[in-house]
Design a protein around this ligand. Structure first.
Ligand code: ITT
Length: 187
């Protein structure tokens, strides 16, 4: 059984769709570091969580990077969603601005051993890192599905909030990071 350390049960549901092994949500409020590097944040979280549970853990850190706002909210996406809200992020993009942006997802896996993965965040213990990205356009909010910034992120004419969960999983940053993790991971 693989423990996914998160307060967000949507992340666990998505992970279960990609992995044969049972995935269980584990809520542990580890101290999150401040960094502009999502991989470093996820790796730190995985290390802290591994020390707590003493069993294999997965942590995911994600965010929306808006080009017209120099990558904001990026690593601060959760805080900005809770404070400003997604409508004000959309409003910060001027009509004449470039409307491109991307979601990024960094998955960090730690089981206390040396890991033979393509990307390893060195430290004690080492942490394997898998990234997924999806390019899109920042648009006025549309759609009822999904969560977070989904209503203002459009791919091929539809926002993530206008897609089914399966359609979003096929394209999404988290889906791509989970694909990369699942291809490497052997329980
Ligand atoms: P944990 O840290 O407990 O795992 P969280 O929801 O706080 O859960 P993050 O710290 O990784 O997750 O913050 C990610 C932010 O990016 C948060 O505001 C999400 O709503 C947003 N986000 C991430 N993936 C998203 C997606 O697929 N669709 C919409 N918004 C997303």
């Amino acid at each position: 059984m693989l423990r996914f350390v998160t307060g967000n049960e949507g992340k666990v549901r998505e992970a279960q769709d990609f992995l044969d092994e049972a995935v269980q949500q584990f809520e542990y409020d580890y101290p999150e570091i401040q960094s502009t590097d999502l991989g470093a944040i996820a790796a730190h979280g995985a290390r802290e969580a591994y020390r707590e549970v003493d069993a294999p853990v997965v942590v995911e850190d994600s965010g929306l990077f808006v080009d017209a706002l120099d990558g904001f909210p990026g690593p601060y996406s959760a805080y900005v969603e809770d404070t400003l809200g997604i409508e004000r992020v959309w409003n910060a993009v001027e009509p004449e601005d470039d409307h491109t942006g991307r979601f990024r997802s960094l998955i960090a896996y730690c089981d206390g051993t040396d890991l033979n993965a393509p990307t390893v965040h060195e430290g004690t213990p080492p942490v394997a890192i898998f990234e997924g990205r999806v390019e899109g356009a920042i648009v006025p909010p549309r759609g009822e599905g999904g969560f977070g910034y989904d209503p203002i992120f459009e791919v091929d004419g539809r926002t993530f909030a206008e897609m089914t969960a399966a359609e979003k999983n096929e394209l999404s940053h988290r889906g791509r990071a989970l694909d990369a993790f699942a291809a490497w991971y052997e329980p």
